[in-house]
Design a protein around this ligand. Sequence first.
Ligand code: SAH
Ligand code: SF4
Length: 419
Amino acid sequence: MYQKIKDIDFISMPPSKALFGMLPEELKDLMAELGQKGYRAVQIAEALYRQRVTGLEEITALPVSLRDELEAHGYGIEMPEIVQTARSVDGTERYLVRLADGETVETVWMPDGDGGERGDGSEAAAEEEATEGLEGNSEPRRDMRNMGALERNGYSRATICISSQVGCAVNCQFCLTAKLGIKRNLTAGEIAGQVAAVLNRHGVKIGRDRINLVFMGMGEPFLNYAEFIRSVHLLVKSIGIPESRMTVSTSGIEPSIRKFAEEPLRPKLALSLNASNDMVREQIMPITRKWNIAALLEAVQTLPLGKREWVTFEYVLLGGINDQPEHAREVLELLQGMKAKVNLIVWNPGPGIAYTQPKPEDVAVFQKMLIDNGLPAYIRRPRGRDIYAACGQLKRTLETSPAATAPLVEIAPAASPRG
Ligand code: SAH
Ligand code: SF4
């Protein structure tokens, strides 16, 4: 069945006249087509990506005649729209985001993140380590007028988790998104647009508030490679979030990992290892039959790492399946000599998935064995469990069966204030 995966890059996307998602040079071409000067493209890019406007009428730098002309040609902004919100007791928010063709994906906002960056040598990690234990401290420390939207609420940073596809084709046995199958790829504008919509909702000003991004929502970014990379360019160059604050997670699409290693603009990489040998991995991630662990590790080693950069290996612990001391020993062997760190993720249960969570003492032993043998290992802080916002739980339960999200604290149409 994984022969099919080759074709996923060609899953057609709706014909689009969305301005949001166009690169600056494409806007320039469009303006030239309409007989306009180049600076109009700059004004549009500024409105789309810096001011994050949602309607043509808000691009006030343009003359009304040009806005009308764009509209007459069928152009619109088409920023994805938050249509539902669930808020967790821990501040995590989970959104149902509607795309122009009516498809929906999920996006998550985590004030203070989930600790996933710890130990990878990034800017985000340094902040994480410096502020550990201070989360949610709402004591005003400085003049409120100079504070960003996050700081005013007592947070030092936030992480946004974005989707790259509607559903997923990879079929990992422990993941709820897999149950959806694959509907289609997202465009770069739809990927970056989730970020813009969430930034608008929280009144975030880039440059003042510290925002991290993880490509860890619905879908496999490396099976939508071209649009994923395009979205990175938009996010870095136009929206203004540095790539050092981004992490992309892949289930292990070997050819894409190799391509990724050659990109000039690259987020950090996290590989979802999830098993210590091919036999276990094939059972929980059948895609291992196409690219086995050895092939993936070889591909990962082509990444040119910065001095302080480490590759993250994610490892979802499933009770009795991959969480025993012999598995920890195998992980140590596999990653020996690599600049690697491991993020241990306690499996989040989901309806219709027949695994069990690991015992807390097994998690502790597993982590200790890795650390004691020189492999940095962190346990991912669970976020938004009560709203099913945790890893691998992004399936459109908000839309399809509200009952499945019973413990919601709030479920309401999202307001979208802009700061
Ligand atoms: N498709 C990509 C990115 C999205 S999944 C990938 O698989 O890497 C992001 C992370 O969530 C992956 O590490 C995945 O292994 C993990 N995950 C999936 N389902 C999970 C679950 N039910 N509980 C905990 N982690 C899960
Ligand atoms: Fe897809 Fe990632 Fe879920 Fe696997 S874990 S099914 S690759 S989203």
